[in-house]
Ligand binder design. Sequence first.
Ligand code: SAM
Length: 350
Amino acid sequence: MTASRKLAVFRLPPLPTIGEIIRLYNLRAEKQLSQNFLLDMRLTDKIVRQAGGLSNAHVCEVGPGPGGITRSILSAGAADLLVVEKDTRFIPGLQLLAEAAPGKVRIVHGDILTYKMERGFPQKLARKWDDEPPDVHIIGNLPFSVSTPLIIKWLENISNRDGPFVYGRTRLTLTFQKEVAEESAALSAPVRSAGRRRTFLACWVFCNFKHCFSFPPIIAFLLQSEVDVGVVHFTPLVQPQIGQPFKLVEKVVRNVFQFRRKHCRRGIEMLFPEARRLELSEQMLRTADVDPTLRPTELSIPHFRNLSDAYSKLCSDNPGLLAYDFRDELRKKRRSRCIKEEEEELKLKA
Ligand SMILES: C[S@@+](CC[C@H](N)C(=O)[O-])C[C@H]1O[C@@H](n2cnc3c(N)ncnc32)[C@H](O)[C@@H]1O
């Protein structure tokens, strides 16, 4: 016990504060890039604690910026910290931190949306999917415009067990806009809770999802930001709540939520080519045993499970259906209408 406690404690040598780093390297937060920095170490420590014990853990921090969360991860005892930062201006400050924690910090100057995390950590860390999660964590306070596409990408990775999930059920601790985090946490509440977001519905399907706490921007940021921030912790589920691939589930959820104030039948119809729209959407709703007059926000995960299973069955019976996108059909229709109008105009002129 004492030995492992000793291992976990890591004290960084005296370093300039994050505020001094920002001044030293002239790291102006770019408002158009939604760059806001966490300066309060008590807050960064609290965010990092939400990941669970990091003693001797392998961690990837996404978007470290001037390094507030980075310092908290090191102080929490991480053995190996991989930071992925897109903006060159932050690299020298991160190098200073790497020198202060020899052998612990690896810096990647790159974009997390394209970074191949399956190569980021040694394969020996990998655990079986149904084992306990591996000692690999992802932590980050990213711009909200990046964290949403990123979580969609990672949900697909969870479904395929690739990317950061080649190591097993890698845990994620990320920040989102407070309203999104709180409303999404309400997904576990009774079915009729309003305001659910489709991205997070998919999160519930594939992850255990916990809204840890929120904080106002005023206590944290260098730039005045208008929105509160919510810290969310995800652990991939051993058994997703819907046994279909992410792409199919996401397509069903996306189409249903397209007309969020209308009956769910309206969005479901758009999954099918115009010529067979009514027939196939009725068949799907009947097989799924879902009331077509429910609104998208009234549908529960079991409803989506039945809808996804029914849609998957229709896709196997109708080759090409999974690739169907009503927008392509609309575009083709518009194009042929334009061509027809042009031909008629030419006829009139002749
Ligand atoms: C909101 S700031 C937060 C900085 C730091 N994590 C903190 O809490 O103080 C977001 C950081 O993510 C970086 N970033 C933005 N998009 C990124 C991407 N696609 N890949 C890697 N880093 C990114 C920005 O350059 C910036 O350093």
